[in-house]
Design a protein around this ligand. Sequence first.
Ligand code: AMP
Length: 113
Amino acid sequence: MNDCIFCKIANGEIPSKFYYEDEKTIIIRDIAPQAKLHYLVIPKEHYTDITELADKNPDLLQHLFTVIAEKKEELGLTNGFRVITNIGEDGCQSVKHIHVHLLGGEKLSEKMG
Ligand code: AMP
């Protein structure tokens, strides 16, 4: 996936501050935050969306959520947060490399859609 922006961030081609990194995962801050704290949890390996990831690599999907559970407090998400992953056209997915949004650091809107 040569022109994938999240592949380029994950492999260091595009510099970005990593708030967490392991061999399979990075966490960055969203460039256009929609909450006081807005992170993106991104697997280094390219999958289009969470359904493809669940189908092809369920262990990696589980790993993403294990990382979220283990790192939430270090990320400042101490009082709850929202987990969103957009899929496809109707889901308004703009980057076609699976990523999980973590929104928090403040009381969020009750509306989700
Ligand atoms: P989605 O609409 O769910 O595909 O979300 C893609 C997200 O990636 C958006 O919230 C963008 O603000 C964010 N984004 C795009 N480019 C970058 C970048 N270079 N660094 C950090 N976040 C980015």
